[in-house]
Design a protein around this ligand. Structure first.
Ligand code: IPE
Ligand code: IPE
Ligand code: MG
Ligand code: MG
Length: 301
């Protein structure tokens, strides 16, 4: 029986030590305040689901997790930047994240904006490092460039940024299920899908396997945000490390507000079912991805 807890624990430790190395790599000379805030946010106990998915997707196509670690770390940096900006007073105005004060509460708004910018740009510095594909074949260099483009697109104005812009624009407005689904797929789904697809691509997966994993990623990405909405209603702030009840206070339309908690959970379960079906062609090397899909549905934090 596959043990997800110990799998995630070993992956988390490897990811965090790689993230620490990337932060230490800048030396101590420059802008110590920004470096301190980057460390505070990046090394502060996130679940590391996106980088773990990236590594697991590489494993599913029999690639080596170590080869894709720079991409996994870059995606976690982009995700962390998105949380710092998401929490700003101009956006969700949250003061609690990952079990501690949000970046702007701890360091001030100007530093929080710059820390987000610094993590986003460091992600692309890490991705573009020639050592990622040095000494490997041309195909892998080509795949790295492809992956960098996919990560940029998923994070940018056709992906997460557009989703975040809609999230803010829709506050206090009545929107329908189609609009909600599209917003969730953009703000959260795209980066999760990119983590999976890039892991498979950089792990040397075939076009066909990447297409199946794209379906998997799309479904768990959307399910992840549906469950985030549910946890904002039903979750325990102590476990989550962030406040609950905030979506309703801010007039956000969410799955629970639109279709109720029961149907929201059933919808998330349906999406996870779709994700598992997309893995049908894979062997036991995809067991971590299977277990992570179930975890997305059952998670309490
Ligand atoms: C929270 O993401 C924000 C969403 C996109 C829903 P996570 O729940 O993955 O946050 P961390 O990384 O574990 O803190
Ligand atoms: C976060 O969405 C999405 C991104 C940061 C891109 P939410 O605003 O719903 O997530 P939480 O609940 O603050 O983590
Ligand atoms: Mg938000
Ligand atoms: Mg938020």
């Amino acid at each position: 029986m596959f043990d997800l807890t110990s799998y995630l624990e070993t992956r988390r430790a490897r990811i965090e030590s790689a993230l620490e190395n990337y932060l230490a790599g800048g030396g101590q000379r420059w802008t110590p305040r920004i470096q301190a805030a980057m460390g505070y946010c990046l090394l502060s106990g996130g679940k590391r689901l996106r980088p773990a998915l990236c590594l697991a997707a590489a494993e599913a196509v029999r690639g080596r997790a170590d080869d894709v670690m720079p991409a996994a770390c870059a995606i976690e940096m982009i995700h962390t930047y998105s949380l710092i900006h998401d929490d700003l007073p101009a956006m969700d105005n949250d003061d609690f994240r990952r079990g501690r004060a949000t970046c702007h509460i701890a360091f001030g708004e100007a530093v929080a904006v710059l820390t987000g910018d610094a993590l986003l740009t460091l992600a692309f510095e890490v991705l573009a490092d020639p050592r990622n594909f040095h000494g490997r074949n041309d195909l892998s260099a080509e795949r790295w460039i492809d992956a960098i483009g996919q990560i940029a697109a998923a994070s940018g104005y056709r992906g997460m940024i557009e989703g975040q812009a809609r999230d803010i624009a829709f506050e206090g407005r009545a929107i329908g299920l189609d609009q909600l689904k599209e917003m969730h797929a953009l703000k959260t789904g795209k980066l999760i899908q990119a983590a999976v697809c890039c892991g498979a691509m950089l792990g040397g997966g075939s076009g066909e396997s990447i297409r199946h994993l794209a379906v998997y990623g799309e479904n768990i990405g959307l399910a992840f945000q549906v469950v985030d909405d549910l946890l904002n209603v039903q979750g325990d702030p102590g476990k989550l490390g962030k406040a609950v009840g905030t979506d309703a206070t801010r007039g956000k339309t969410t799955y629970p507000s639109l279709i109720g908690t029961h149907d929201s959970r059933a919808y998330a379960a349906h999406l996870i079912d779709n994700a598992l079906k997309a893995l049908a062609v894979f062997d036991k090397n995809a067991d971590p991805l299977r277990a992570m899909a179930r975890y997305v549905l059952e998670r309490q934090r």
